[in-house]
Design a protein around this ligand. Structure first.
Ligand code: FAD
Ligand code: SF4
Length: 415
């Protein structure tokens, strides 16, 4: 992206506001631990290429994260100047910095060591970059024909403008990295072969929509979040009809609701607990409401019916909240409170899970629906590490980068 002279002046002005705090709370707020004051200083001193290097040293997905990090909860929210309501616009400065990256000039000494990585999402791509920089051949095996995982499959396209993904990935692909597309772990790639043929293996296969089995979920126009979000991405998204119901209360449910509004006249979201218990961030809930999504609380879906005229009806029951053994509010159905809502389409966004069957087949121990993991990010299979959403049960891109860096460092220590 080309910046105008006026934009450059504004960016230098913004960089000039930084206090270069001694304890830099912004760095503590960045999971990738980018030296934020140092790159801001480089921008201020007109060392733009140096600014880009500082960002990429700690975060190979620097352009992507400048666009989609929840920075108000992270670096920007922690900025000393946030107390006065004027935090430094760190994403803006990071976005500017990374435009100035030059190809790596430092010669890399190849060690002859190899690490296999399963999954080319943010976790896998970042791990490949961190390892490759240290002379390791990173061999990525990806089940689809595309890089990027969620970024190129279910993330709403308006969240990330064209160019950022390509920019980061082009740079990563210029490193010592092999990509094998259409390779699915457990089908046409086998863990024991990867363990045998490499010095370590990283699994970064991410999560998928959790399925719930309620009567009628097989009707047409009833979707789970992943499938629906894929259909909502094209320029001409799939129409589910005039009234769409979304079930769930997390960030993904909010994305489903706002995406459904692209084609529906009315979108109603139903959550089984109350507003205060919603796992979605405050900003996402507010955004959904501003878009016109109607939010409904304390009810759970029971069954779906379709009548002879083809209308869909979702039957709910009302809940009350009762403290469970750990003191958490648990929804409990109230007898005789059932009600039906007519709609044209239904999207279930009720959480995410790892591919449990795959991990069981591979002989991994499971902790709930995620593979069990030791303090050193090793799975229960020796020399096989885990990275990304399968570690934290669903986080953010920058958290996947953090995990990738930690695992790459552990592997580098071992090799
Ligand atoms: C709808 C939605 C919106 C989001 N919005 C944001 C946001 O605004 N900001 C933010 O920071 N984060 C956001 N996130 C979270 C973020 O996308 C994830 O934290 C991140 O993508 C996790 O990266 P990952 O590499 O662990 O997994 P993924 O991105 O899921 O990538 C996993 C990769 O592994 C591949 N794979 C899976 N199984 C196999 C197999 N058996 N063999 C080979 N390959 C396999 C998949 O095809 C995929 O390419 C969002 C997530 C969703 C679902
Ligand atoms: S906390 Fe804010 S003012 Fe302080 S160094 Fe970080 S960005 Fe600059």
């Amino acid at each position: 992206m080309k910046y105008t002279e006026k934009e450059r002046t504004n960016i230098r002005f913004e960089a000039g506001r930084c206090l270069y705090c001694y304890d830099a709370p912004c760095i503590k707020g960045c999971p990738a631990n980018i030296d934020i004051p140092e790159f801001i200083k480089a921008i201020r001193e007109l060392h733009d290429t140096r600014a880009a290097r500082i960002v990429y040293d700690d975060n190979p997905l620097g352009a992507i994260c400048a666009e989609i990090c929840p920075s108000d909860e992270l670096c920007r929210g922690k900025c000393t100047l946030a107390k006065q309501g004027k935090p430094i616009n760190i994403p803006l400065l990071q976005h500017y910095a990374v435009q100035n990256i030059l190809p790596d000039e430092d010669p890399i000494h190849y060690t002859g060591k190899k690490v296999a990585i399963i999954g080319a999402g943010p976790g896998g791509m970042a791990a490949a970059a961190f390892l490759s920089r240290h002379g390791i051949l990173a061999r990525i095996y990806e089940q689809s024909k595309k890089l990027g995982g969620v970024l190129n499959s279910t993330l709403p396209t308006e969240r990330i403008p064209d160019g950022s993904i390509e920019m980061d990935f082009k740079r990563i692909l210029s490193m010592n990295i092999e990509i094998h597309y259409n390779k699915t772990l457990g089908k046409n790639v086998h863990l024991k072969d990867l363990v045998k043929g490499n010095d370590a293996v990283i699994i970064a296969t991410g999560l998928r929509s959790k399925k719930i089995d309620i009567k009628g979920s097989g009707h047409s126009n009833v979707f789970f979040a992943d499938d629906f979000l894929k259909l909502a991405r094209p320029a001409k998204p799939k129409k589910l009809g005039g009234h769409v119901i979304v079930i769930g209360g997390g960030d993904v449910a909010m994305d489903c609701a706002t995406q459904a509004l692209k084609t529906a006249r009315r979108v109603s979201l139903y959550y089984r607990r109350g507003r205060n218990e919603m796992p979605a961030s405050h900003e996402e809930i507010q955004r959904a409401e501003e878009h016109g999504v109607s939010l409904n609380y304390l009810c759970s879906p029971v069954q779906i019916n379709r009548n002879n005229s083809g209308d869909l009806f979702l039957e709910f029951i009302e809940n009350t909240l009762v403290e469970d053994k750990r003191g958490r509010p648990k929804p409990v159905a109230i007898k005789n409170t059932g009600f039906k809502v007519k709609c044209d389409g239904i999207v279930f966004a009720v959480g995410q899970t790892a591919d449990e069957q795959l991990f069981r087949d591979l002989g991994f121990a499971l902790d709930g629906n995620l593979p069990e993991i030791g303090d050193d990010y090793q799975s229960s299979v020796d020399n096989v590490y885990l990275v990304g959403d399968i570690v934290n049960g669903g986080g953010t891109v920058v958290e996947a980068v953090k995990l990738a860096k930690e695992v790459a460092n552990l592997i580098l220590e071992e090799l």
